[in-house]
Design a protein around this ligand. Structure first.
Ligand SMILES: [Zn+2]
Length: 264
């Protein structure tokens, strides 16, 4: 097998046999791959730091089309230092990583999802509002799960005039004239739906300009949770953990505290 060099983000690592490990890496060029690393559980292994989950690295190794691939050498590109210290942002990152792993097909190149994951981790590391980063990722990944929702015009009459409400039954928004078409219309406010419509067309690179109140944010998170429950039905351990963390301290309060501290 020929060695090649490639960039990748570590998704997870697990022990294999007594001293070895399996490391799942989302590579930019080859998609998600499982790597066998001999002796990785031993102390001072040369690949210890570059096989930690939630790190971005440049590797040299042998890629197998299916089955296990192998790593020879690696250089760290980013350890996302803030994410290592900020447990709430880290919980969001862990959820996004698991979600991406569930959404992309193994052993299949998906450079677009790779880039989005990389940008999302960088944004969380740069202390962007994690609910927004996560919502943009979730909206984008819906297509991977075969779900296409309509946010910009009424599903019944194609009217683009807001206010809109969201209908699970119609897989998209309804204009005021058609709210009565769905007795189970979600209670989410038209304001929150409006923001989701914008986030659905926003790339994570541009989220600096998005300014959202804590109430609207929590409405949006609730809506996304309902949508994923209804149309995707994943049960990710990282999501239950994230919810526990987020309930303890809403990120908005925390970010405001943080910003105040850095101002003074
Ligand atoms: Zn309508």
């Amino acid at each position: 097998m020929k060695n090649v060099s490639f960039e990748g983000i570590v998704l997870f690592k697990r022990p294999h046999r007594e001293k070895d490990s399996l490391v799942k890496i989302f590579t930019q060029a080859y998609g998600t791959k499982m790597f066998f690393v001999k002796g990785l559980q031993k102390p001072n292994h040369k690949l210890t730091s570059t096989t930690l989950p939630m790190t971005l690295n440049s590797y040299i190794g042998a890629i197998n089309e299916d089955g296990l691939s192998f790593l020879t050498e690696a250089t760290s590109l980013s350890i996302f230092r803030n994410l290592q210290e900020d447990f709430l942002a880290q919980a969001y990152a862990a959820y996004i990583i698991q979600l991406v792993d569930a959404a992309v097909e193994d052993n299949t190149p998906d450079p677009k999802s790779y880039d989005w994951l990389k940008v999302a981790l960088l944004a969380l590391d740069n202390q962007q509002v994690p609910e927004i980063v996560t919502t943009i990722m979730e909206l984008d990944l819906l297509a991977n799960f075969g779900v296409g929702l309509v946010w910009h015009r009424c599903r019944i009459c194609r009217n683009t005039q807001e206010p809109f409400k969201f209908s699970m039954r119609h897989q998209g928004v309804l204009c005021q004239n058609h709210w009565q078409e769905d007795p189970y219309l979600l209670p989410t406010s038209p304001r929150a739906i409006h923001i989701v419509k914008i986030l659905n067309q926003t790339s994570i690179n541009n989220i600096n300009q998005v300014n959202i109140s804590a109430t609207t944010l929590s409405e949006i998170r609730h809506l996304m949770e309902e949508i994923y429950k209804e149309f995707v039905g994943l049960n990710l351990k990282s999501y239950s953990y994230l919810k526990k963390m987020a309930n303890m301290e809403p990120s908005i309060t925390r970010l405001m505290k943080h910003r105040k501290q850095s101002d003074s």
